[in-house]
Design a protein around this ligand. Structure first.
Ligand SMILES: [Zn+2]
Length: 421
């Protein structure tokens, strides 16, 4: 048995790990770096005929985005995920195909075949792919439907945390920890810092939004369509945002999908009430009306790379009464990064200063540094921990610190590396 790191090692992007069992291979995620309309980075190509199954841990494209690539031939491997992840993956992958279909080695027919090969399984129920290969999904607390995976092969327990969060949020509950895993593959997105207290950040966001709206301004809150949009929507209502709350773009479809899976949503009633209170935008006329009002506007894309948030940005950036409130990390090179850190946007071919108030609130759905160590401290006797989904130099620095403190064999693999288990 061997582990092969097919992507997403020493970086955040095309996450994929292969568990090779002789000629057969079980894939844990098969992601593509989000393309934003550019050619995306794919994981190492695998012969689909060797694939005995692919687990999608959650719907984010960096974990699911290359799965349709496995459906170019007549053979269709089983796609194992929670029912909510399957539905949300379909939504996001359709959008990716619309945005960047010309760069991708697959299209809608492959996505369709992927969806019809879905095997929805619930948390804590076991699926025997073979007599000696058993898969269990556990709640990962990252986004609704997200899972960590345990693969048991001949008595050895391999736990892939995927993206994980160990605090309760509106939509998700703290992740399950698999104490008796032998081999752990752990995400390390924030191996270099801790997040501030979640509830304090939520209150600060709404206080700021209320202050802006009391002075007549509109707040644009660019947010990922899945999870962050709905978390912000519920937060605004829970902490009494006074004005109208706009929900726009793909966040609407994502909200409807989540509402149809009550058993995967921590506070489903809060989501239901919030969705009823929100103004669902259907036309440009409505958008033009609300953007002039003291409102809070939740719209993807979260990094202002497209979608309705980019449209609203042009309407709000020039007026100091308005605000642009970020609720997620902005990747360098994105428009969101420019607005947040440089306070400029390109408008009509020129760099124009942003007059609106700009701020950032940390509503991360990943564990921070201390929580990563806490997860490790709960493991009974791990043979080895592989760290993935994190960038250099942080991930290697963390591995060294981690090794010294715990004595555990901590490895930071490279893409393409193979480890015998
Ligand atoms: Zn994720």
């Amino acid at each position: 048995m061997e582990l092969i790191f097919l992507g997403g090692a020493r970086k955040i992007g095309n996450s994929s790990i292969g568990l090779s069992l002789g000629n057969d291979i079980l894939l844990l995620d098969y992601g593509a770096s989000p393309s934003h309309g550019n050619p995306p980075e794919l994981p190492i190509k695998v012969d689909p005929m060797r694939v005995i199954g692919v687990v999608i841990t959650h719907a984010h494209v960096d974990h699911s985005g290359a799965v349709p690539w496995l459906f170019k031939t007549a053979y269709n491997p089983p796609v194992i995920a929670t029912p909510l992840t399957l539905e949300l993956s379909d939504l996001l992958l359709r959008d990716e195909l619309k945005l960047s279909g010309k760069y991708l080695p697959f299209g809608f027919p492959e996505l369709q075949r992927m969806m019809s090969s879905g095997i929805p399984i619930r948390y804590n129920s076991q699926l025997a792919l073979r007599d000696n290969v058993v898969i269990t999904l556990h709640n990962a607390g990252h986004i609704p439907g997200s899972a960590s995976v345990v693969v048991e092969v001949d008595g050895k327990k391999i736990w892939y945390t995927s993206d994980i969060n160990t605090i309760d949020c509106w939509l998700t509950t703290a992740a399950d920890i698999v104490h008796d895993a032998d081999i752990v593959i752990m995400e390390a997105t924030y191996s270099y810092k801790d997040h501030p207290d979640r509830k304090t950040q939520e209150r600060a966001l709404v206080e700021t939004a209320n202050k802006v709206s009391s002075e007549g301004g509109a707040c644009l809150i660019p947010a990922f369509s899945i999870a962050r949009s709905q978390e912000v929507l519920i937060t605004l209502i829970a902490h009494d945002f006074a004005g109208p709350i706009v929900l726009d773009g793909m966040s609407q479809a994502a909200t409807n999908i989540m509402l149809s899976h009550p058993d995967f949503i921590n506070n489903w009633y809060a989501l239901k009430r919030a969705s009823e209170r929100a103004k669902w935008m259907r036309s440009k006329k409505e958008r033009k009306k609300y953007v002039k009002m003291p409102s809070a506007i939740i719209a993807p894309a979260g990094m202002l790379l497209g979608g309705w948030s980019k449209w609203y940005l042009k309407k709000v950036f020039g007026n100091e009464k308005n605000a642009i409130l970020f609720v997620s990390y902005q990747v360098p090179g994105t428009l969101g990064y420019k607005v947040l850190h440089e306070r400029v946007i390109s408008h009509d071919g020129k760099e124009v200063p942003v007059s609106a108030f700009v701020d950032y609130f940390d509503l991360s759905s990943h564990v921070g540094k201390t929580q990563l160590k806490q997860i490790a401290s709960q493991l009974e006797s791990p043979e080895k921990i592989f760290l993935v989904h994190g960038e250099e130099p942080h991930i290697s620095q963390f591995a060294e610190e981690f090794r010294e403190e715990t004595g555990i064999d901590v490895v930071v693999p490279n893409v393409g590396e193979v480890y015998k288990l």
